[in-house]
Every structure is written in structure tokens, then in C-alpha cells.
Design a protein around this ligand. Structure first.
Ligand code: PLP
Length: 359
């Protein structure tokens, strides 16, 4: 298997792919693939409800939260959240920590007033703001943040307590990577294609009382209550993606749950950050140390000409997806849950060897 450091869609657990392969043509002796089955069948419903229950268990999601499987990616959530909850004349506060936060703001501006609760743009999005820097108003519709900034490689370690104002988090690129106290959030959302499964499913975890504040004057498919009232089966869901999500959740359970997964992620990321820190400036991390992401490790080879060589040689050596996002350049190693420790060790070794050969 390739050393897959893609930012998303990204590596899936090998064991999950093997199960999917085994079950592809004949799911549980039905003589059909899961993809060929009615989404109203008892067999699919068990898969669907099993995935919801597993996610509830893994995160200890309280009873007063809905778990929804939607479509349209996290990008549709950028619009759906303000469309449902940002009434005209009201304000929502957005914490800007990167390109995805900016995209969320752009959509929200179509519906109401936006206040900047904090922004690290001037620092080239190298850090997460301190809790003291964040401002919002008690009558805000919500406060929005991006828990992990996939492009810049920064990640929140402690979340602000916004009291009665619902905290909304785009967790697309670090969901399921570490334990989170769901009860501190009004809404958590994530496209599946990093830690949850294949692209096509979007997970939304939402406090039920928020549904009462929903805008009624919007299309049926864009209302959260439509999906909440129908157990995410109002229309045909992405059945294969939901099946895969369920298998990924079983894999997380078998790994020992979120605490163990978080520990593995810390150790994996440290292998690469240590090489950067011990390189005497040969490599340079983008993120400030206390804001570093365990999921997306962003760095430069300080000498630009050598950086091109580094990326070319890494590619030739079997490392996939190490180019930084097209908007920022440089290098990025995405070490999501399914990236094995051996891949991170191999990259760390490659980086050390490259430095030795080029100094
Ligand atoms: N938010 C974050 C943090 C992301 O990393 C991404 C995609 O990479 C998105 C949102 C957009 O997600 P989607 O492609 O599912 O719309």
C-alpha cells in the first residue's frame, strides 16, 4: 500500500477496506451488494441505525442531540447553518483561522450580520487565537469555529465556553481523532472524507432545542428538522458511505476508542514534528508550536529549490499527497487516523536522509 498522506479524501483503515471488499458482492447472504439494497429495507436500516448508535457511544453523545447523516459536504453546512439559524437582523460571530472559516463566513453573509470573534489572518493563520482574544455577544445567533485548519495545519486544543450562545464547530478534518465533550457544542459538523469514511456523507451532531429556532421559510431538503424527523431517511441517503462509516466506527472501537486513537495520533505526528524541530532550520513548520495540528503537518524545506527536489524525490519514493494546498504551497503531511505509524516513521526517516544528503 502507498504511504498515503492525502488531505482528503484520504487513507481509510486497511481492515475496513478488506471487510468492504469481502462483503461487496453479497452483503450478509442477501445475494446483493449493500449498494443495491433499498434504503427502507430492514438490512440497511440496521446498518444505518448501527452507525448512529456507534457514533453516539464513541462520543458519549447526550440524548438531547440529534445525529444526522446529510449530503452536500461540509460546504453545504457553511450555508445551511446560517440559512436555518441566522435570522435577518441577527448577528453570528465567526472565528477566522483559515480558508475554510473564510468560506463559512462568505456563505453566512448572505443571510445576516457577521462579526469577527477573532482572526489570525494577519499572522498568516499560523496560530489559534487564545481564549481571551475571542469576543462575542450574548444575543448572537451562534459562534462558529473550525476545529482543525486543514490547509494551514493548526488545531484547537481547548475550546471557548460560549455559555448560552451555541458553539458551532466545523470538525471536518479532526472529527474522531480525539475525545470531545459534545455537550459544549450546539452543532458539530464534518464531511466524512478524512477520518469518517468515503466522501459523500456529512455528519451533523445537533442539540435538539436548536431545531425549534429553525427558519421555516426554506426548502424542505435544507431544513434540519426534515432530516431529524425522518432519521436521515427523508430521501435516498448515501447508503454505501453510511455503511463504510459504520465500519470505520467499529474499527475505532476495536482500536480502543478515541483516547487510544488520540494517543496514536500524538505519537505519529511527533515523529514528523521532531524531525522538523531538530533540523536546525532545514525544515520549517508553518504553525506555531502550541497551535500545531496532529492531523495536517504543514512545513517548508527552507531552501525553495530543494523543496521542489524534496517533493519530487518523496513522490518517487512512494509518498503520496505531500504537496501543500495549492493556495499556500510548501509541504503538508496529513496523518489522519488511518495513516499507520509506519508511514509516519518512513516519512520521518526519509526527511532525515534527505537533509543528510543535501546539506
Ligand atoms: N472544512 C474543512 C475544515 C475542510 O478540511 C474541508 C475540506 O477539505 C471542508 C470544510 C469542505 O468539505 P467538503 O468538501 O465536504 O464540502
Amino acid at each position: 500500500r502507498a504511504y498515503n498522506f492525502n488531505a482528503g479524501p484520504s487513507a481509510l483503515p486497511y481492515e475496513v477496506l478488506e471487510t468492504a471488499q469481502k462483503e461487496l458482492l453479497d452483503f450478509q447472504n442477501t445475494g446483493m451488494s449493500i449498494m443495491e439494497m433499498s434504503h427502507r429495507s430492514a438490512t440497511f436500516e440496521e446498518v444505518h441505525n448501527g452507525a448512529i448508535e456507534r457514533l453516539r457511544k464513541i462520543y458519549s453523545i447526550p440524548e438531547n442531540y440529534e445525529v444526522l447523516f446529510l449530503q452536500g459536504g461540509a460546504s453545504l453546512q457553511f450555508a445551511m447553518i446560517p440559512m436555518n439559524f441566522l435570522q435577518e437582523g441577527k448577528t453570528a460571530s465567526y472565528i477566522q483561522t483559515g480558508s475554510w472559516s473564510e468560506k463559512a463566513v462568505k456563505e453566512a453573509k448572505l443571510f445576516g450580520n457577521i462579526a469577527t470573534a477573532a482572526s489570525t489572518k494577519e499572522n498568516k493563520y499560523r496560530n489559534i487565537p487564545s481564549i481571551q482574544e475571542i469576543t462575542w455577544n450574548e444575543d448572537d445567533a451562534y459562534v462558529h469555529l473550525t476545529s482543525n485548519n486543514t490547509i494551514f495545519g493548526t488545531q484547537w486544543k481547548v475550546f471557548p465556553d460560549t455559555g448560552n450562545v451555541p458553539l458551532v464547530a466545523d470538525m471536518s478534518s479532526d472529527i474522531l481523532s480525539t475525545p470531545v465533550d459534545v455537550s459544549k457544542f450546539g452543532i458539530i459538523y464534518a464531511g466524512a472524507q478524512k477520518n469518517l469514511g468515503p466522501s459523500g456523507v456529512t455528519v451533523v451532531i445537533m442539540r435538539k432545542d436548536l431545531l425549534e429556532k429553525e427558519n421555516q421559510n426554506i426548502p424542505t431538503m435544507l431544513k434540519y428538522s426534515t432530516h431529524a424527523d425522518n432519521n436521515s431517511l427523508y430521501n435516498t441517503p448515501p447508503t454505501f458511505g453510511i455503511y463504510m462509516l459504520g465500519e470505520v466506527l467499529k474499527w475505532v472501537e476495536n482500536k480502543g476508542g478515541l483516547e487510544q486513537v488520540a494517543k496514536n495520533n500524538e505519537e505519529k505526528a511527533a515523529l514528523i514534528y521532531n524531525v522538523i524541530d531538530q533540523s536546525n532550520g532545514f525544515y520549517k513548520g508553518h504553525a506555531e508550536k502550541d497551535s500545531r495540528s496532529l492531523m495536517n503537518i504543514t512545513f517548508r524545506v527552507t531552501d525553495e529549490e530543494l523543496e521542489k527536489k524534496f517533493l519530487a524525490e518523496a513522490k518517487a519514493a512512494g509518498f503520496v499527497g505531500l504537496n501543500g494546498h495549492r493556495s499556500v504551497g510548501g509541504c503538508r503531511a496529513s496523518a489522519y487516523n488511518a495513516v499507520p505509524r509506519e508511514a509516519c516513521q518512513a516519512l520521518a526517516d526519509f526527511m532525515v536522509k534527505f537533509q543528510q544528503d543535501h546539506q
